[in-house]
Design a protein around this ligand. Structure first.
Ligand code: HEM
Length: 461
């Protein structure tokens, strides 16, 4: 295993056992710092967050994000703050009911599709990834424009472009990059044009907009409010002073696609795999569902709050399998931590995976045991408990957390409530392969395949 092979969440966790919760490496001219304990994570994400809130990016990332015209790869500063404000208040806000409706409706049709496959082996990993792609695609572009979805999402494997994979350079990478951005440019230009037309129609029909009003707004509609083709500051007093260009819109959509698709799918698949591996936990979840929901109707979002054990299963899944195992930050200036000097421009990797399995913080850390979250005072997602930060913490933490949790919880609840599950070909739970792969997310090395069986007294219409 070469150096590059060791720079994943597992390799870095192993190195931390020797070198401690904070250690420094130099690769060529690049300084790298690995953070592997809750205490050091707090230092970096809270106490000295103003220094540690930049993002590293290589040429690939710069190209894909239209030179950091997005939010996720923008450095910390006024531009990032504006983009973040747009995302938090407009795109990912609970008030934007459209995103939640997209998730709900896509999950509903997903359950119907599974129903038609009862009794046969289903590749849960693959179908769930299809589901989350549909959810993000629909939330971003609306239900009207499905063409181009296939071409586009097939190219979205951002792991290939990530900074620490800098060694994967060369012709192959360049071809994939050009394809990925080309696919985005090709169809999103058309989508943006459609949305400009839609907006103009709306303005012209102001008094007579009943018909238009029925079309639910999507994320591109929301972004049009700030759109200025020339990128000039928007002086219209009635609207906000933020203005964004076509490249900003494309790059933000890229963020949503990358940030919201694989992450949610990975967590759903891991939750189901852990439950299949631990039949007594699946049974507990299903018992809870039987008591709260019964067998005569499907589960819905208002049930979720009444399912404490189920909630613990979700938390425990994100502890053992954080969808983004390493947070990537960069120092904006020189910093001192624990007596170490870290130079400006150093790449900082916060090992969320290792922190969630730290034996000084968690009893029996590698064991899947949802009941550990039943106790009072156990950590929550929100980022103030540094031993448990699946969504990060502080300024750069996940702005899509609520939306992501909604899709994750609702899907797993439906999977457990609407179906019973068996492993294919008489496979035993302890024979399930629980290895992960290294990428932006840590997906399962072998996708989960399982057989759904009817569970409810009603048809899943
Ligand atoms: C279970 C689901 C999800 C998990 C576990 C997750 C986790 C994370 C984590 C760990 C970060 C980086 C924090 C840091 O660098 O300090 C992040 C950032 C981000 N996430 Fe999520 N995420 C999820 C779902 C979503 C969804 C659904 C969206 C959008 C629809 C989204 C959009 C983003 C964006 C745009 C950023 C970059 C924020 C910034 O740089 O300021 N995420 N997420």
């Amino acid at each position: 295993m070469g150096m590059s092979g060791e720079l994943n969440h597992r390799g870095l966790a192993a190195l931390a056992k020797t070198y401690g919760g904070l250690f420094h490496m130099k690769m060529g001219r690049i300084h790298m710092v690995a953070v592997s304990t809750a205490e050091m994570a707090r230092e970096v994400l809270q106490t000295q967050d103003h220094v540690f809130s930049n993002r590293p990016a290589n040429n690939s990332i710069r190209y894909l994000t239209y030179d950091r015209a997005d939010m996720a790869f923008a450095h910390y500063g006024p531009f990032w703050r504006q983009m973040r404000k747009i995302c938090v208040t407009k795109l990912f806000s609970r008030k934007r009911a459209g995103s939640w409706a997209s998730a709900r409706e896509e999950i509903d049709s997903f359950v119907k599709t599974l129903d038609s496959r009862v009794g046969s082996s289903v590749n849960v990993g693959e179908t769930v990834l299809g589901l989350t792609k549909n959810i993000t695609y629909r939330a971003a572009f609306g239900s009207v424009s499905r063409d181009g979805q296939g071409d586009f999402s097939g190219l979205l494997n951002i792991a290939d472009f990530f900074p620490w994979l800098g060694w994967m350079n060369g012709r192959d990478l360049n071809r994939r990059l050009t394809n990925a951005r080309g696919a985005l440019d090709g169809f999103i230009d058309k989508i943006i044009d459609d949305h400009i037309n839609k907006k103009n129609r709306k303005c012209n029909n102001n008094n007579n907009s009943e018909e238009e009003g029925e079309v639910e707004d999507d994320m591109v509609d929301e972004l049009m409010e700030f759109y200025d083709e020339n990128g000039n500051a928007n002086n219209d007093l009635k609207s906000s002073s933020i203005s964004i260009t076509r490249d900003n819109i494309k790059a933000l959509i890229m963020d949503v696609m990358f940030g919201g698709t694989e992450t949610v799918a990975s967590a759903i698949e891991w939750a189901m795999a852990e439950l299949m591996k631990s039949p007594q936990d699946l049974k507990k979840v299903q018992q809870e569902l039987a008591e709260v929901v019964g067998f005569d109707r499907k589960v819905n979002e208002s049930d979720l709050e009444k399912l404490p054990y189920f909630k613990c299963v979700i938390k425990e899944t994100l502890r053992l399998h954080p969808p983004i195992p390493l947070l990537l930050h960069e120092t904006a200036s020189e910093a001192t931590i624990n007596g170490y000097t870290i130079p400006a421009g150093a790449r900082v990797m916060i090992n969320v995976w290792a922190i969630g399995r730290d034996p000084t913080q968690w009893a029996d850390p590698d064991k899947f045991d949802p009941s550990r979250f039943l106790e009072d005072g156990t950590p929550d997602f929100k980022g103030s408990n540094f031993e448990y930060i699946p969504f990060g913490s502080g300024r750069r933490s996940c702005p899509g957390m609520q939306l992501g949790l909604y899709g994750l919880e609702l899907t797993v609840a439906h999977l457990c409530h609407s179906f019973n599950w068996e492993l294919p070909d008489g496979m035993k739970p302890n024979e399930l392969d629980m290895n992960d792969l290294f990428g932006l997310t840590a997906p399962r090395a072998v996708q989960l395949v399982a057989v759904p069986k009817h569970r409810l007294n009603i048809p899943l219409l």
